[in-house]
Design a protein around this ligand. Structure first.
Ligand code: NDP
Length: 283
């Protein structure tokens, strides 16, 4: 069966949209997401447009700040400091990647943890590891939500996560562990990847290379989550998993596009509302 990220994300966004009037009545205004983009990276331009469009759909306030490629690091950090202090902004994100002359780590750490809707700040990363309340990164959070939408319990399952990045692989493995899956992490130095993927009741693939996983590597009935987004020479998008062959074997599988991508954006909306509420509850 196809795990339809568009449909599940629409449910999440519609639920948020319904809550907006109530939030506005209670707190005097709606949550506000601020997105900063530096430069003209075409993929980033599409991502930020989708984020702002989603915010508009759910009825939040949104601000898009577009800065030129040559923006200096100090200038960007000063803008972040200003937005950190701006009480009308609840969620703040800087679209990555940044131009090479700007230190991404510095920028991520500059965003106040209370407004870090991406969940990339070191304090949010640490809180996730030790099980404290935090902004959970959007893609891993969306992946768990997609798995939950199957109704299959995660507890006791063997989950294999291919890829160990800080933004996808590691946090998704931690979230699966928190849900009592037995988690195996694979990466570029893993020997005999297939011997591991064949054990996976839940297989999450976040590598960024087409056909890293093919149907013969999938356990019959498995839930297969394909995070990869690879642009082919003809301009079309493909995941990391060979959809045709894997779909013959899997119980559930996400398409690319239309799987994890829309969930990431829906979780960003949720995280923004959560930051808005947390600020009001702690006030
Ligand atoms: P990274 O490049 O940061 O990490 C890739 C990981 O894959 C690394 O851990 C690497 O191992 C591992 N890897 C590389 N080659 C192999 C291989 N042959 N076999 C097994 N593992 C391998 O990527 P990200 O995690 O940032 O992103 C992964 C993919 O997901 C990309 O296509 C990205 O575009 C997509 N993505 C999609 C999102 C969405 O919303 N749909 C959001 C975020 C990412 P090692 O650590 O050893 O180098």
């Amino acid at each position: 069966m196809i795990l339809d990220g568009k449909a599940v994300s629409a449910t999440v966004k519609d639920a948020l949209r319904e809550r907006m009037p109530e939030l506005e009545a209670k707190y005097g205004r709606r949550p506000c997401l601020c997105v900063i983009i530096v430069g003209q990276n075409p993929a980033s331009q599409v991502y930020v447009r989708n984020k702002v469009r989603a915010a508009q759909y759910v009825g939040m306030e949104s601000r898009l700040i577009e800065l030129p490629e040559q923006t200096g690091e100090a200038e960007l950090l000063a803008l972040i400091a200003e937005l950190n202090a701006d009480e009308s902004v609840d969620g703040l994100l800087v679209q990555l990647p940044l131009p090479r002359h700007i230190d991404e780590e510095k920028v991520i750490e500059a965003i106040t943890v209370e407004k870090d809707v991406d969940g990339f700040h070191i304090l949010n990363v640490g809180s996730l590891q030790v099980g404290r309340p935090c902004s959970v990164p959007c893609t891993p959070k969306g992946i768990l939500r997609l798995i939950d939408s199957t109704g299959v319990p995660i507890e006791g399952k063997t989950a294999v996560v291919v890829g160990r990045s800080n933004i996808v692989g590691k946090p998704v493995a931690k979230l699966l562990l928190d849900r009592n899956a037995t988690v195996i992490m694979a990466h570029s130095r893993t020997r005999d990847l297939k011997s591991f993927t064949l054990q996976a009741d839940i297989l999450v693939v976040a590598v960024g290379k087409e056909n890293v996983v093919t149907g013969d590597m999938v356990k019959p009935g498995a839930i297969v989550i394909d995070v990869g987004v690879n642009r082919r020479a003809d301009g079309s998008l493909a995941g990391d998993v060979d959809f045709e062959s894997a779909a013959q074997v899997a119980g559930w599988i996400t398409p690319v596009p239309g799987g994890v991508g829309p969930m990431t954006i829906a979780m960003l909306m949720e995280n923004t509302v959560d930051c808005f509420l947390a600020a009001r509850l702690s006030a």
